[in-house]
Design a protein around this ligand. Structure first.
Ligand SMILES: Cc1ncc(COP(=O)(O)O)c(C=O)c1O
Length: 371
């Protein structure tokens, strides 16, 4: 069997053990004579799968009782619309822009209702830092405050210390305003204090499972606020009341997510996975910074992402060669996002340390040959 060193940004590497178990169970899940994706979502088999997945997720993230965990569809992009449809009901919501994804969220919300740009860190087309949260002009009347806590394309992450600063700042100035976060590309990479947020959402295809599944964690008092005319399927209250089964859910993706949650628990939960994740990122950034300027990551070190590490080489020709040679050497997914170019290595939970070590060796050899 050949598995590449997979650094894809999403859809991304899944744990090998999870894929192997899914392969084992593909045609006959637990002796029922059919695969789990071939049976009714209302039957005993799948109901057990979704309930166990939810219970494991709740345990991993310590989700409090007064929050619903919903397994939806439409990707994080639909959340950019669904959030304002459900939460802003004629009022205005605050948006912080720190990269391409929060920019998209802001633009979508502006189409739907009142969206106010609180701040953008964009500078000459680049996003390299976080703002000083303490000095943001929060609106005390805002329906919510939206941010993306890990910008997948620009490699900017709100780490725990910054998250605390944001939480303290908004609690002091606009205490009733719920925080709403797109955590697509770093959810489950570290422990999280869910109580700080009104709503957390994530497309599954990075740290959770296959694309097609979207996770929404929502505080119960925010249910039932959908604007008039919002389609039934897009009303969080409706989905919560039907256990994420207002229509047929993405059963196979939920099943795989459930296996990923078990895999995370078996590895010691989020504190253990976070320690490993920090070490993977530390070693890659150290290699970039120690390359004598051959490799460069321009992001403020205080908010460099542990999950998505974009970097450049001296010119576009060398970057193209790097991608080509890396593919020949058994790597996939290292080409940077088309909007920013360069290289990007995504270090999600399922990317093992051995993959990072292989990448570091490749980078060193490449620099020695071409630097
Ligand atoms: C942070 C972030 N938000 C939103 C999206 C869009 O997600 P989807 O393709 O699931 O709509 C992505 C996709 O990569 C992402 O990384």
């Amino acid at each position: 069997m050949t598995r590449a060193w997979n650094f894809s940004a999403g859809p991304a590497a899944l744990p090998l053990e999870v894929l192997q178990q899914a392969r084992e169970e593909l045609t006959d899940w637990h002796g029922i004579g059919a695969g789990i994706m071939e049976v009714s979502h209302r039957g005993k088999a799948f109901t057990g799968v979704i309930e166990t997945a939810e219970a494991d997720l709740r345990e991993l993230l310590a989700i409090p009782e007064n929050y619903k965990a919903l397994f939806l569809q439409g990707g994080q992009t639909l959340q950019f619309a669904q959030v304002p449809m459900n939460l802003s009901a004629g009022g205005s919501a605050d948006y912080l822009v720190t990269g391409a994804w929060s920019q998209k969220a802001y633009e979508e919300a502006a189409r739907i209702g009142g969206a106010r740009l609180v701040a953008t860190t964009e500078n000459n087309g680049k996003f390299l830092r976080l703002p000083d949260f303490a000095n943001l002009p929060f609106d005390r009347e805002a329906a919510y405050f939206h941010l993306c806590t890990n910008e997948t394309i620009h490699g900017v992450e709100v780490h725990e210390d910054s998250e605390t600063k944001l939480f303290e700042a908004i609690s002091a100035v606009a205490p009733g305003v719920p925080l709403v976060a797109d955590m697509s590309s770093h959810i489950l990479s570290r422990p999280l204090d869910v109580r700080r947020y009104g709503l957390i959402s994530a497309g599954a295809q990075k740290n959770i499972g296959p694309s097609g599944l979207t996770l929404v964690i929502i505080r119960e008092d925010l249910l039932g606020r959908a604007a008039a005319g919002v389609p039934t399927l897009l009303d969080y209250r409706n989905q919560a009341d039907h256990g994420s089964m207002r229509n047929t859910p993405s059963t196979f993706a939920i099943y795989i997510a459930g296996l990923v949650f078990k895999w995370l628990k078996a590895r010691g939960g989020l504190a253990a996975i976070a320690a490993l994740g920090r070490e993977k990122a530390r070693r890659l950034y150290a290699a970039i910074d120690g390359s004598g300027g051959f490799y460069k990551n321009p992001v403020d070190p205080a908010c460099r992402s542990t999950m998505n590490v974009p970097f450049t080489l001296p010119d576009a020709g060398l970057e193209a060669l790097f991608v080509k040679e890396s593919e020949a050497a058994g790597f996939i997914g290292l080409k940077g996002h088309k909007s920013v170019g360069g290289i990007r290595a995504s270090l999600y939970n399922a990317v093992p340390m051995e993959a990072v070590e292989a990448l570091l060796r490749f980078m060193e050899d490449f620099r020695a040959a071409r630097g």
